[in-house]
Write a protein of this length. Sequence first.
Length: 425
Amino acid sequence: MLTTSKQTFSLARRYGNIYRLYCGNTTMVILNSSEIIREALVKKWSDFAGRPHSYTGDKVSGGGQSISLGDYSEEWKTHRRLAHSALQRCTADSLHSIIEKQALHLKQVLLDYNEKAVDLSEDFTVAASNVITTLTFGKSYNKSSVELQELHGCLNEIVALWGSPWITALDSFPLLRWLPNPPFSRLMKEVARRNELIRTHLEEFKVQTEGLNKGVTLTAIRMHMTIVDLLIGGTETAAAWLSWAIAFLLHRPEVQAAVHEELRTVLQGQDPRYSDRHRLPYLCAVINEVLRLRPVAPLAVPHKASRDSRIAGYFIPKDTVIIPNLFGAHHDPEVWSDPYSFRPERFLDRGGGSLRALMPFGGGARLCLGESVAKMELFLFTAYLLRDFQFMPASQEEPLPDLRGVASVVLKARPYRVIARPRAK
Ligand code: HEM
């Protein structure tokens, strides 16, 4: 079993920047500093771009044919390149207006709450999900849409079931695969349901991608898994990040006020554009500080050594599983002064840390495929929200949001309620 990022972090402080763990007959090496993670993922990317193979991973990824779970191969490289160039084209052509539309829709949802104390996490999920469904299916949904509920219910169930001990045990103990296992049967049912839901949208997506890549096509299953990759990779991550940003700002109203003041003076009543980021350094510093303190994929996705290699001078045999502990690297006291404090200024003045050591999207051949989409989303959503609303605690009696979070594949904030008060024009 994988340890949570918090446990992994404590182990890092105890055993150093690189250590080995044994899990059944799998050897794992945990990397805890940004320099070491960079050495493996970026400098020696071709040694560590693999993904570990697992029985259950194959079951949820159409036999390892997704970008995120597929092992490094020529076919995988073509798959990732096609998906990447399709996303880059969308980023250049239409992403800005897609995100803007969702930011304005989110604004209306918040206005409709009429300063009621509410949990916004589902609204953030819908906003992030709509960016991806607009890119892939050309469609967006309302929170109450049955289609959206069905899709999310199904994807969340798959992620939750896949992480459950009943199912991970099947990877380490093959004999268990012969015994009845109700959670595994449920997982298989959800995977079939997911495939059916996505199949209905596949043709449209295929047309878009073929157009963008001038005749180079993917097999139907790879095309299908790309949609799954984008929906799973791009929804809960961005939504969780938005919840974290508001949670930190509730703890630090003076930071929220300073971001609003920067937005007000720089934008002078205009709507934010992504190109404004160069004129909004404090907002960018806040975004980076939230990414540092709560990297929403705290242990990235496991890598695999595809040949014998070395990291930090240590011999790493082929097939070793490599875990980049991004959470640990972002709290390394050698790099970040006062690493647990929320101090956006550290990204403005030298000495508080270094942008080079900030790696929330991983790096190298497996760098987050949606990095440019995510960066534009985080910037535009936050700029619109903080320009138009003051976020306030639900009440005097209710405690401020718990900043410890819930550790799982995605590091999420614990549920909390907040009041969004519209700013005077
Ligand atoms: C992979 C972070 C948003 C799609 C990853 C990885 C990280 C990450 C750490 C693993 C890198 C590795 O294996 O070393 C984040 C963060 C996000 C975010 C912090 C937002 C705050 C998105 C979005 C999309 C996306 C919006 C889709 C549009 C993917 C995919 C992969 C991935 C497909 C697998 C890449 C591969 O295996 O080659 N992400 N992500 N992510 N992400 Fe993201």
